[in-house]
Design a protein around this ligand. Structure first.
Ligand SMILES: *Cc1c(COP(=O)(O)O)cnc(C)c1O
Length: 222
């Protein structure tokens, strides 16, 4: 099942997004066992993302291969466990977090790839900078030693209104392009989960984070 899902998804992404740009599939692996994750990797999956630092660390050596993303809310005091171990932190949602990642990266003699998280639906329950602040934050972080700014991440709100959601995607794509014109390291717009990734790809996302579509429904009791 997992193997089949990965193969089908990768095949469906071969043509890229609406601009024919390559799309990176990141498996959202929260609650999944190392064995399940390894099956997905063996089926061709290249990138995996964890939400919690504890899970990231516990599974780190048990998972074989895969670029390791961090996609969940990140507490400042846990940054140290990720430095040097992650290919991309998607969830940089506040200045103190960016500063801590920069400081720890410099101390470790490394550079950490990051995305700026935007709260595109203006939801109180979600982290991220307001859309209007995105460009300013990006320009500042692009100049911060220890960080390499790779782009933006957003989570769409829950809504049945595809016109509304498509509009939000387009706002994100506009921000991405504006920033990319000034910051050469920008290359990722991480937007799209199992329920909305097709919509996101049709509006210019080039990195999607899928859990359920790969592994099935999550069981949080595990
Ligand atoms: C869990 C999670 C996903 C994937 O969710 P699905 O709906 O299962 O695809 C994507 N992004 C983040 C940040 C997540 O926490």
């Amino acid at each position: 099942m997992i193997e089949e899902n990965v193969k089908k998804l990768l095949a469906s992404l071969e043509g890229g997004n609406c601009f024919h740009e390559p799309v990176t599939l990141v498996a959202a692996t929260k609650t999944r066992s190392p064995e399940e994750i390894n099956r997905a990797i063996a089926a061709g999956l290249s990138d995996i993302g964890e939400n919690k630092v504890q899970e990231f660390c516990e599974k780190f050596d048990l998972v074989k291969g895969g670029n390791r993303h961090f996609i969940g809310h990140l507490q400042t005091n846990k940054v140290k466990y990720l430095i040097g171990k992650t290919c991309l932190i998607h969830s940089v949602d506040r200045d103190e977090l960016a500063e801590e990642i920069a400081k720890r990266s410099l101390a470790a003699g490394t550079i950490t790839n990051i995305l700026v998280q935007i709260n595109i639906g203006c939801e109180e329950t979600k982290g991220g900078y307001p859309l209007e602040e995105g460009l300013g934050v990006a320009l500042a972080l692009a100049k911060t030693p220890g960080l390499c700014l790779n782009g933006f991440m957003a989570m769409l709100p829950i809504s049945e209104d595809e016109g509304y959601l498509g509009g939000l995607c387009e706002k994100m794509r506009r921000l991405y392009e504006e920033a990319k014109a000034q910051i050469p390291t920008i290359r990722y717009l991480s937007m799209g989960m199992s329920g909305d990734y097709r919509l996101c790809l049709s509006h210019g996302s080039n990195m999607i984070r899928l859990g359920t579509a790969i592994f099935g429904e999550r069981d949080y009791s595990r």
